[in-house]
Design a protein around this ligand. Structure first.
Ligand code: TRP
Ligand code: SF4
Length: 329
């Protein structure tokens, strides 16, 4: 029996941070390694245009550096199909057809749309493409007849819209699309070094590629329990971002010791952070090794992408034949 298909994508925002790693990306690797699914992961470079249409020069390089990060953290081209959206022109064709059947009201009431518009108020996002973002995303997903879409909570409205669009297509024409399920992981909320949400645009991220002095400096500047001004003040690990990270990188025993030590002020923040820096640095060492390898073997990156594109194109080609026949064109 064929394995169930998993599909997900990311916009090429350049190098990824630990929030990305412990959010969606880590889940992708796990799903891949479970051996239970046929996993397809792609770079949503057309989607990057919705907000970057006036400054597109970074998209290509960001695509490559993101794929390098993917490979470095353990996505394996032997196990997963890794491809680039813009290489599969069928996405544009399906997007066009889906746009014909998607009621405007569905798009206008999309909460992500409203939020992004306010958040990115300095960019003019009153474009047709921005409003239609979820329609392209729906095309990405149903093209591969995905059963599951591993995403973060922020993407839930998009997957919900995809389900509605797929149902509408099936209802109007022929039932060819399975209705995809969102696959959420529960991840602890990782904040940036300044205590706000970790985000590239806040310049507060710890990148997967950070190492040595840079990593150490970032971790030593992390916000901790704000009530703990002096080393002699007892702290509360529950509200400390450094402690959240220990939960991911340190052994349960160490986590327990830090928890107790922080509460009775027997361990200071400087030492606590030094320990964390060491743990993260150890955990990322093999990742950095793979990163260095790929940076020096760009030809391999290109052939991995070419092979993935070819596999994706075969599936997309078949789906579009069914679609054209369903819509009688
Ligand atoms: N919207 C997603 C994001 O911003 C990227 C994306 C595009 C995607 N197409 C997709 C995710 C299809 C899952 C499935 O991260
Ligand atoms: Fe946070 Fe560690 Fe300082 Fe406690 S000791 S406040 S857990 S950095």
């Amino acid at each position: 029996m064929a394995l169930k298909r998993i599909l997900s994508g990311m916009r090429p925002t350049g190098k990824l941070h630990l929030g990305n790693l412990h959010g969606a990306l880590g889940n992708w690797v796990e799903l891949q390694n479970s051996g239970k699914y046929d996993c397809c992961y792609f770079v949503a470079d057309w989607h990057a245009f919705t907000s970057e249409y006036s400054t597109t020069e970074g998209i290509k390089d960001n695509t490559i550096s993101m794929v390098i990060d993917w490979l470095a953290v353990g996505l394996d081209p032997q196990k997963s199909t890794l491809f680039v959206q813009s290489a599969i022109k069928e996405h544009a064709e399906l997007f066009l057809l889906l746009s014909m059947i998607t009621p405007l009201a569905w798009l206008e009431r999309n909460p992500t749309y409203k939020e992004m518009k306010t958040e990115l108020a300095n960019k003019d996002l009153s474009t047709f493409g921005f409003l239609g973002y979820p329609v392209l995303q729906a095309a990405d997903i149903i093209m591969y007849k995905a059963y599951g879409v591993p995403v973060g909570v922020d993407q839930l409205p998009h997957v919900e819209l995809t389900r509605e669009i797929a149902r509408r297509f099936n209802f109007l024409y022929t039932e060819i699309f399975p209705i995809p399920e969102p696959l959420l992981t529960s991840v602890p909320k990782l904040l940036g070094i300044d205590g706000r949400k970790m985000s590239k645009s806040y310049d507060n991220s710890i990148y997967i590629s950070d190492r040595g002095k840079v990593l150490l400096e970032k971790i030593s500047s992390m916000f901790t329990d704000p009530q703990r001004m002096r080393k002699s003040d007892p702290g509360n690990p529950e509200i400390c971002n450094v402690f959240t990270f220990h939960g991911l990188y340190s052994t349960p025993q160490t986590v327990k010791e830090i928890d107790a030590g922080c509460r009775k002020a027997s361990i200071g923040c400087t030492d606590c952070k030094k320990m964390l820096a060491q743990r993260i640095s150890d955990a990322l060492a093999p990742v950095h090794e793979r990163m260095d390898y790929y940076v020096n073997h760009m030809d391999e990156i290109n052939s991995i992408i070419a092979a993935g594109n070819k596999k994706a194109a075969e599936i997309a080609c078949r789906t579009m034949e069914e679609v054209r026949s369903a819509v009688k064109i």
